[in-house]
Structures are given as C-alpha cells and as structure tokens.
Design a protein around this ligand. Structure first.
Ligand code: PEP
Length: 250
C-alpha cells in the first residue's frame, strides 16, 4: 500500500488571528493537491478562526502543542478536549524548540502522544539530532531513543496512523537543508526502528516526514525519496511558496 504524502506547515509563534485568516485565504487556492494530506500547524489562539476559514477545503488544522491532562489547574495549557472541540485533527509534539526552550523530555512527549491518540488527534511526533550529535556519529542512537520512548505503550494499530517528523536541529530555520540522501538515511533508520518495536506492517504504514529548511526548490527531490512521506515546513509555510511545496509533483 502506497503511503499518502503529508505536508504540514508549522507556523510557530507567527500570525495574529486576523493575519492567520488572511494567510489561509491566500494559501487556500495554492494548496490543492489530492495526492497529499495538507495540514496547517498554527498557534493556539489562531486555531478557532483558522478551522473556520478552512471549512470546506482540503486543509486540516494542527495544534503546535498540547498538555497531557484532561482539564484542571494547569494555567496556560491547552487540553486535548479543547482541541477536539475546536476541530483540530493533528498535533505537533516534541518539536525541538519545545524540547530546547521549554525543557520537554521524551517522557513528556510520550504522555502527550498517548493522550492525543486517546482523543482521536493524530500526533506528528518530532525527533532529530543536533549538529554535535551528528558530528559525534550518534545520530541514529539518539533518534532511536527519542522514538522508542515517545512510542512507549502505543499499540501497533495506533502507531500505524501516526506521523513522525525527522527534523535535524541543525537544519531548522538555518537555510541548511539535509541532502536528500542524509534525510533518507535517517528516515529509513526510523522505519527500521518502528519495525523492531512493532513489525514490518506497522513500519510500512507509518508516515515519516522530513523537516528542516524545506522550500519550493528542494521539496520535490526530498519527497521523491523512498522513506520520506512529505514534510514539516516552518518558514516557507508562511509564504505562497508553500503552495509550490504542496504541489511538488505537479
Ligand atoms: C520546523 O519548524 O519544523 C522547521 C522545519 O522549520 P524550517 O522549515 O523553517 O527550517
């Protein structure tokens, strides 16, 4: 079974609610591609207006984070129930910026992954090595650890429907893209890791994105690789160029 590509934007901490709606209106006609699942990952305050603006289109909305409790005294956090009620279908979890600036651990990411699945939200679970780890030759050891802990107690059937985003930290927001061979090598390694944790059928079904300075010029080459099932796109997802990335095969 061929895996459908999934191309998601990560807007990060950009776009006020009114700017967000204007951006959706600009991008809507540009991101028409039936071969691809299209996702806009938007700041929490933009979720409600963006879901409204995306009604009747092919665009699904992702949150950029989520807490692992149902409700209660967690000032400033957002629960899975809130996301579901607002119409969110995906949640980006364990982005390197959250791990770095907000000290999220693999165990935190695992709790969030389990909670999202429990509520029917598809996790886009991020992993990726630093430049130092790459230079030390421990890229795959580090990522295998992130993936194994992140997926603890996730069943094979649940894992099959998930998305993993491989994002080398040194390529995020730097304009320095991994070569398609480097990206493929790690995405293949992640798929092997999934086969070891579960089985070949799960590994064949789970979708693995590449993220890190994807742009209109490099998307087609990256997405042509056997184990790369689309991309998680930061900077370029805020521009009309995102349409070219989504329509990489047209
Ligand atoms: C990201 O934030 O997930 C990302 C990959 O950013 P950029 O595309 O800007 O490198």
């Amino acid at each position: 079974m061929a895996r459908k590509k999934i191309i998601a934007g990560n807007w990060k901490m950009n776009m006020t609610p009114s700017e967000a709606v204007a951006l959706v209106e600009t991008l809507k006609p540009l991101v028409q591609n039936d071969d691809v699942d299209v996702v806009f990952g938007v700041p929490a305050i933009d979720i409600v207006p963006v879901v409204e603006a995306c009604k009747g289109t092919n665009i699904a909305v992702a949150a950029e984070n989520m807490y692992f409790e149902e409700s209660g005294a967690y000032t400033g956090e957002i629960s899975p129930k809130m996301l579901v009620d607002a119409g969110v279908k995906y949640v980006i979890l364990g982005h390197s910026e959250r791990r770095d600036y907000f000290k999220e651990t693999d165990a935190d990411v695992n709790k969030k992954v389990l909670k999202a699945i429990e509520h029917g939200i598809t996790p886009i679970m991020c992993c990726g090595e630093s430049l130092e780890q790459r230079e030390q030759g421990i890229t795959m050891d580090f990522i295998r650890q992130q993936v194994k802990i992140g997926l603890q107690n996730v069943t094979a059937d649940q894992a099959k429907k998930m998305v993993i985003a491989y994002e080398p930290i040194w390529a995020i927001g730097t304009g320095k893209t991994a070569t398609s061979e480097q990206a493929e090598e790690v995405c293949r390694g992640i798929r092997q890791c999934i086969a070891e944790i579960y089985d070949d059928a799960t590994a064949a079904e789970i979708r693995i994105q590449y993220g890190g300075s994807v742009n209109a010029g490099n998307a087609a080459e990256l997405f042509a690789m056997e184990d790369i099932d689309g991309g998680l796109v930061g900077g370029a997802s805020l521009k009309p160029d995102f349409g070219k990335i989504v329509c990489y095969n047209k």
